[in-house]
Write a protein that binds this ligand. Structure first.
Ligand SMILES: *Cc1c(COP(=O)(O)O)cnc(C)c1O
Length: 362
């Protein structure tokens, strides 16, 4: 049976590596000789223990995590982390610093405010329509933590270098660039990522937490909203999203064994982004929206001369097997999400199509 697969530039849920999908396909009827589907095995079985522990071990190796970093799998998406972070780490009387680099950052701020927590927006790029990442931010050395969004999926900006917050723990929403590049994890108290952008399917959120932060978690939180519940039970206090965790495990295996780790992955991602931005910069027909020093390697946002033309661009691209190029509904325009699983050939095919579209309509 031949299966048609297009080049997928969706922002999330997004492309997954083909070998991962093929392995899932086989495991859907018989997981590893168990005679059961991977979706039918118990989360209390040896099979699932091996899956979740392998996903954790691979995460630790890929990101060079120290022993005091714990890897957890939660439901509720990145959006649940917006409230769990202040609930667990921001006691009354304390303040947390947030950097506002777009929609997702502000959603995190708002959830903390709903809880009547003291949050301070230490810097914002709202003044220039979120086209850049703020620099030289005056952080409060007494803050409980500093919260940033490492990659702004909607606006197409990304922190090139993480800010120095001294001894204040950094907390980052890495939903759209998790595992896209290596970085020093030491300053981070907590990292979270909805899997559906870069590391798996929808339904699971990966959380990496440094153990010292657990000391300040209040006792009186509902079990499902306390990080200690997940650290105490290896993310299996209740039924975890088994199938999503399994898919993440396979993606991490692909990253480690087929790609060869995050340094190699980052080099491929850099090449994809450079090719696309280089073409956008060379053309007067397409206009990249993010400032050059803040451009995302993952989500390349651009505009054409008008909304009608943009609509036609997205439609004709899809007719040419290039899917998912519409910008986020809140900002319009176009966006090519070029996550880990999007191959270089997809970017080349997109550029070829863009040249033809420009020649016809420019
Ligand atoms: C998609 C996204 C979210 C929301 O994730 P959910 O898993 O849908 O809650 C949060 N932050 C960033 C940076 C995102 O890209």
């Amino acid at each position: 049976m031949s299966v048609k697969r297009i080049y997928n530039f969706n922002a999330g849920p997004a492309a997954l590596p083909l070998p991962v999908l093929e392995e899932i396909q086989a495991s859907l009827l018989d997981y590893g000789g168990s005679g059961m589907s991977v979706t039918e095995i118990s989360h209390r079985s040896k099979w699932f223990d091996d899956i979740i522990n392998d996903a954790i071990a691979r995460t630790k190796r890929l990101m060079h995590l120290a022993d005091d970093h714990r890897v957890l799998f939660l439901q509720g998406g990145a959006s649940l982390q917006f409230c769990m972070v202040p609930m667990n780490f921001l006691t009354d009387g304390q303040t947390a610093d947030y950097v506002d680099t777009g929609t997702w950052s502000m959603k995190a701020v708002k959830e903390a405010q709903i809880l009547k927590k003291n949050v301070r927006v230490a810097a914002s790029s709202a003044d220039k329509n979120y086209t850049y990442i703020p620099k030289e931010i005056p952080f409060d050395p007494e803050a409980a933590y500093v919260h940033i969004t490492s990659n702004n999926t909607i606006k197409g900006t990304q922190w090139q270098q993480f800010p120095d917050t001294g001894s204040v723990p950094l907390i980052a929403d890495m939903s759209s660039d998790m595992m896209s590049r290596p970085f020093d994890v030491a300053p981070f108290g907590l990292i979270y990522a909805g899997a559906q952008k870069n590391i798996g399917p929808a339904g699971v959120c990966m959380v990496i937490i440094r153990e010292d932060l657990l000391a300040s978690v209040p006792e009186n939180l509902p079990a499902m909203l306390s990080y200690t519940t997940y650290t105490a039970k290896n993310s299996m206090y209740n039924t975890p999203p088994c199938f999503a965790v399994y898919t993440v495990q396979l993606v991490l295996k692909w990253l480690e064994e087929t790609i060869g780790g995050l340094t190699k992955m980052a080099a491929i991602n850099r090449e994809k982004a450079d090719r696309l931005y280089h073409y956008l910069d060379s053309s007067d027909f397409y206009r990249p929206t993010a400032m050059e020093d803040s451009r995302s390697m993952m989500n390349v946002t651009f505009r054409l001369a008008g909304e009608d033309l943009e609509k036609r661009f997205v439609e004709e691209a899809l007719a040419n097997d290039l899917g998912g190029l519409k910008g986020h509904r809140s900002v319009g325009g176009c966006r090519a999400s070029i996550y880990n699983a999007t191959p270089l050939e997809a970017v080349d095919a997109l550029i070829d199509f863009m040249k033809l579209f420009e020649a016809k309509n420019g």
